[in-house]
Design a protein around this ligand. Structure first.
Ligand code: SF4
Length: 478
């Protein structure tokens, strides 16, 4: 298969003042038709090109008759100082699977088109930690990954039995595409795996078989996450349903038994169950040390324990969270890839009572932490996800609509803190922004340390000045 055709030149969206880009005359809005004679397909190639010491650019600028050249003088490795508009300049490689559990098939009608993009692109896996099934991976892709050391990558396994995997992906290539996983691991690429566990489909004996397959065939995988499927009220997959608490407990048991097996066999635990499983099963989370450094924190593994540690003052545990699983859709964040996002403080710091807005799962984690502070001026406000409905309770999928409904019933004059995980490029999934909410909110980076600092930003009154409309939740009903 040939390389994807370049269809779009990288467009500059910002130029750092006094940077080499600025000094050479590059402007926001310019399109970079070539850099040293090459047209990058994505920001990975772009980053390599702009690392070179001197650059000859061909630029297209609105209002000028024809493209023109610009010479940039800079040192090797010196930042160019130009931010470009997206991560991939040719087409994002879309997925050719039809998984019954696919959340994109469970979105309501009328959401912005970019949210419906089913990507299966190893480049977005490298840049954003998106999972790829490898069903569209090619020999050329492998060569590039190995040459440019695009590591780590994130691969959806779901099942190691070829027939079961093909059935889950509803794609015959699903039966054979894990051969690329072999090749990646043989090439020394760090790969993290994921199993979306669907009750009655790939839990129980199938999950046992999958983890046996991981141990036998892919012991050099870095980690394997077991995550529950999300079922929204728009799901049409008849066989897809949420786990019962007993099924969630069974997944926790299976994972913990296999951790013992992996520890004995390869000296590390390899497989982890998502925090949601422990919440569904009504069990305490495993100890922080058992997460072995939280390698799949952003996938919901150990997030509660890491948050708790950071909230308690452990700065190294403040890992931050990406905004849900639509992170890659809308292009590159100005602050770079996989970077922690800064908290955005609001203007109303003061002794007002504080409300922490969060999803129903988040409230069950935050409730005890806030309670431990012994402050009566802080409450946790769980926001039910009516927009998606079903079993969706994570804060990353909170929408502006549900937040607006909740805030409308909350007192005026309180401080409202909102985790940034539910915002992408300043917008909620339903396209509303914080300016559309009926109360001012302060957006706080989704980690325990940032929340702690935001709470310390207000003087703690000795008694609540106004009764909370919604009491602190120490156990939100599912
Ligand atoms: S591979 Fe991912 S994007 Fe593609 S259908 Fe399955 S769940 Fe959806």
């Amino acid at each position: 298969m040939s390389a994807p055709r370049v269809t779009t030149a990288p467009r500059v969206v910002a130029v750092v003042p006094s940077s080499p880009a600025d000094v050479s005359g590059l402007r926001a809005g310019d399109e970079l038709l070539s850099l040293n004679g090459r047209s990058p397909r994505d920001v990975i190639e772009y980053s390599l090109l702009v690392d070179e010491p001197d650059l000859d650019l061909v630029v297209r600028r609105r209002g000028t008759a024809a493209p023109f050249g610009l010479s940039v003088r800079k040192g090797a490795g010196e930042p160019l100082g130009a931010e470009v508009s997206s991560a991939v300049f040719d087409r994002v490689r879309t997925c050719d699977n039809h998984c019954e559990f696919c959340f994109i098939h469970q979105l309501p009608k009328g959401m912005r088109r970019s949210l419906s993009l089913k990507d299966d692109d190893y480049r977005l896996s490298f840049l954003y930690g998106n999972f790829t099934t490898l069903t569209r991976f090619t020999e050329m892709d492998l060569e590039r990954v190995l040459t440019e050391r695009l590591s780590p990558l994130f691969v959806s396994i779901h099942a190691t039995d070829p027939e079961v995997r093909a059935d889950l992906l509803r794609n015959r290539r699903g039966a054979t595409s894990l051969r690329w996983l072999d090749a990646l691991l043989d090439g020394g690429i760090e790969v993290h795996g994921q199993v979306v566990v669907c009750p009655g489909r790939n839990d129980g004996e199938v999950l046992e078989d999958t983890l046996t397959g991981v141990l036998d065939r892919y012991p050099s995988l870095a980690t394997v996450a077991c995550v529950p499927l999300g079922v929204s009220r728009f799901s049409t997959g008849e066989a897809m349903r949420p786990h019962t608490p007993e099924e969630a407990a069974a997944v926790c048991d299976t994972v913990e038994e296999w951790q013992t097996t992996f520890l004995a066999a390869i000296g590390r635990r390899m497989v982890f169950a998502a925090d949601e499983y422990y919440l569904m099963a009504g069990r305490p989370f495993p100890a922080a040390a058992t997460y072995e450094g939280f390698p799949q924190h952003e996938n919901g593994l150990g997030m509660a324990r890491a948050f708790e540690a950071a909230f308690g003052g452990n700065e190294r545990a403040a890992l931050g969270v990406r905004p849900g699983f639509f992170a890659a859709v809308d292009g590159a964040p100005p602050s770079g890839y996989r970077s922690l996002r800064a908290a955005v403080g609001g203007p109303d710091r003061g002794p007002a009572p504080v409300a922490i807005l969060t999803g129903e799962y988040g409230a069950r984690v935050l409730g005890p932490l806030v309670h431990s502070l012994g402050r009566t001026d802080i409450r946790v406000v769980p926001v039910a996800n009516h927009f998606f409905g079903g079993n969706i309770g994570v804060s990353g999928l909170l929408t502006g609509t549900d937040l607006a409904d909740e805030l409308a019933s909350q007192p005026v004059g309180h401080r409202y803190l909102l985790p940034d995980s539910c915002l992408s490029e300043g917008r909620f999934l339903d396209d509303l922004t914080v300016d559309d909410l009926p109360r001012p909110v302060e957006v706080v980076a989704t980690d325990g340390l940032s929340l702690r600092r935001a709470l310390e930003g207000a003087a703690a009154p000795t008694a609540r000045t106004e009764p909370a409309a919604v009491p602190v939740s120490l156990g939100v009903p599912r």
